[in-house]
Ligand binder design. Structure first.
Ligand code: TRP
Length: 453
């Protein structure tokens, strides 16, 4: 009964665009390029793509199966399927992780809004030193970044309260095409710059001497983060899928879209950076310090183009961030709405308020307020590491064990084949991946990282 009263996405395109909107985000345009830059370019991309296809796709299908079968929020979905066993905890950890990621994510999304404003107002002009100090001053400011984080949370809120079809689906259908158009135009202009070739080569010519032990966990964490795996985000979205949605096909399409966007972001950033001889390994600040400088210098002969490119880039980034933030916010909203029996609007308001508070603390931890740090590390860095490198892979790992070893095979097969209406050619391969390959690889990567092997 519950299944019938619940909201659903209206069309196949809506499902793909909304889920791809969740996947495509700061992970692709902010995190992927700097991880690639820090880890030697193509070698990282190679390992990353392996992680997406071997681990990412089966893990996406897992969450889709759990979500669509139970047609409920993440916590209830795992609880329903676990029949009173402790497996139910995975769902609760997911929701909790959702609150943390939403808060930390909104801080970086807020930075993007500030940069739209700053580039439009013509503030981003100066020498390389200027860009570094501009970002440092902004990041340390106790007020501005907090305001921007709250602004983007409120925009997300306004979309979420309109519901699944009218809010999330409509927004994704408008925002995703806009994002693609801006991205393609920017890639073409970056690749036409002098010396762009060096950047393209960096991106595609693997240097295996750069393959370190950090690279594997880095690539795994990045694949999970970028594909929105490990905290029940996809599970929540799948609870709005229709019964005839082909889960495997959708998982493959979303992974391909997500990977293509990440590589396109690389094709925008590296050629532009190499064209003015800037090294692309400056870490998280790459797109906020290195890039504005790159845009200014690379297009110095026609400054108006540099001006437009810079504004478009930060709009692109903000759109990508917004569609992901919607999916993150929805996990907690659906949880409160269904578990506490409150209406969707009140649930969304509670989420927005709690996340604004954590986001403010997170942002303030980067200012001179040492109080919000743990063991000398700012709360922001802790949340980045804890969610990206630990909670998401652990969530993905436990979900593999849950689906592979605990759930009755019949449920898994029925959902996989849409109750027998499709052949489910790859079912056995999928199930073996989920039972053996994925948990083993995730475990090995972890043990490797902590130095056991
Ligand atoms: N995938 C998004 C990105 O690449 C971020 C994101 C949205 C996410 N929902 C998630 C990350 C759920 C982890 C889990 O930016």
């Amino acid at each position: 009964m519950e299944k019938d009263n619940r909201a659903n996405f209206g069309s196949k395109l809506g499902i793909i665009l909304a889920t791809a909107g969740s996947a495509v985000g700061l992970g692709n345009i902010w995190r992927f390029p700097y991880m690639t830059g820090d880890n030697g370019g193509a070698a990282f991309i190679f390992v990353y793509i392996m992680c997406v296809f071997l681990l990412g796709i089966p893990c996406i299908v897992n969450e889709f199966i759990i979500g669509r079968y139970s047609a409920s929020n993440t916590a209830r979905a795992y609880r329903k399927l676990s029949n009173g066993t402790p497996w139910a905890i995975i769902g609760y950890i997911g929701v909790l992780t959702g609150f943390l990621v939403t808060s930390y994510y909104s801080v970086v999304s807020g930075w993007c809004l500030q940069y739209i404003y700053a580039s439009a107002a013509g503030h981003l002009k100066g020498d390389p030193q200027f860009f570094a100090s501009y970002f440092a001053d902004f990041e340390k400011d106790p007020i501005k970044p907090v305001i921007w984080a709250v602004v983007i949370l409120v925009i997300t809120h306004l979309i979420i309260i309109r519901g699944v079809k009218e809010g999330i689906e409509k927004a994704s259908k408008a925002l995703m095409p806009a994002l693609f158009v801006i991205l393609i135009i920017l890639v073409v202009s970056a690749c036409m710059l002098p010396n762009a070739w060096e950047g393209i080569e960096f991106l595609f010519k693997p240097d295996f001497s750069k393959v370190s032990k950090d690279l594997f966990l880095g690539a795994l964490g990045q694949a999970f983060f970028s594909l929105s795996i490990g905290m029940g985000c996809l599970c929540t979205f799948a609870s709005y899928f229709t019964k005839d949605t082909d889960l495997t096909n959708s998982a493959v399409q979303i992974s391909v879209i997500d990977t293509v966007v990440a590589i396109l972001a690389g094709l925008l950033i590296f050629p532009a950076a190499f064209s003015i001889g800037v090294s692309p390994d400056s870490g998280p600040s790459l797109i906020f310090i290195t890039l504005p400088n790159v845009f200014e210098q690379a297009f110095s002969s026609v400054p108006i183009i540099g001006y437009i490119v810079a504004i478009s880039f930060y709009i692109l980034l903000s759109l990508a961030a917004l569609t992901s933030l919607i999916s993150l916010h929805e996990v907690s909203t659906a949880f409160l709405h269904e578990e506490m029996n409150i209406n969707r609007k009140t649930a969304a308001t509670i989420v927005t308020v709690i996340c604004s508070v954590i986001a403010a603390l997170c942002s303030l931890s980067l200012s001179d307020w040492d109080a919000i740090s743990i063991g000398g590390k700012p709360l922001f860095d802790i949340l980045d590491y804890l969610t990206g490198q630990i909670l998401l892979p652990v969530g993905g790992f436990l979900t593999c064990l849950f689906v592979g070893w605990y759930l009755p095979k019949k449920i898994v097969r029925d959902e996989y084949t849409n109750y027998g209406s499709m052949r489910g050619k790859f079912f056995n391969i999928y199930l073996s991946c989920v039972k053996y390959l994925c948990p083993t690889l995730i475990l090995l990567i972890f043990l490797h990282q902590i130095g056991v092997i």
